[in-house]
Design a protein around this ligand. Sequence first.
Ligand SMILES: *Cc1c(COP(=O)(O)O)cnc(C)c1O
Length: 228
Amino acid sequence: MEWIARNLLRIRDDIEAACRRSGRDPLSVRLVCVTKSVDAAMIRAAFALGCRDVGENRIVDAEKKIAQLADLPLVWHGIGTIQTNKAGRAVHLFQLIHSVHAVHTAEALSRAAERAGKRQEVLLQVNASREPQKHGVMPEEVEAVARAVAALPGLHLTGLMTMAALADDPEEARPSFRLLRRLRDRMAAQLPDVVELSMGMSQDYVVAVEEGATLLRIGSAVFAGAGR
Ligand SMILES: *Cc1c(COP(=O)(O)O)cnc(C)c1O
């Protein structure tokens, strides 16, 4: 708990400082604590320290932890690749799904959301760093795919998400983050609801805030040292 408190304090300080440097309102940046490698007790500790948004990669893990933490008013984010055959389960679990990476996934989620009587909020995952092994829509396809996803009746497309390439120097992530912001800004007239930028992890969240991130997905920097 002490470790998590100290980590969160440092992260929140970093976010505020980056906002000040770039003339942003700190309230425009939401911290999503990525809890994929910690158990429910640890999430409870993070909740006690003010974390309200949590992110999970895997459906089975999310189902288990959401059941264990049903007494807390947490907002659950889906940040891992959604398999088409798990779309129905995903729609029941997550308030926001960050990781829509293809039209067929979006169509499956839309059908599942309609069945559940829900309009599912989603982000489109972009492969801004153009890594062949990585999921995500290529930058030149983003506009067309975003239009197709936004037209699906069960979905509400509210932004873009990316993962920068792993690097020792966080500055190396800056071009990917800048590209994501440019792609969003370019679509502003056609798709005014596309406002969120989900970018920045433990290694590079400061750069992400400077480049306009509205959602940070941070795991190890929150929970490091907390007995993982
Ligand atoms: C694990 C994960 C994160 C968090 O990574 P950390 O380096 O632990 O902060 C963010 N986004 C996605 C999609 C992840 O899988």
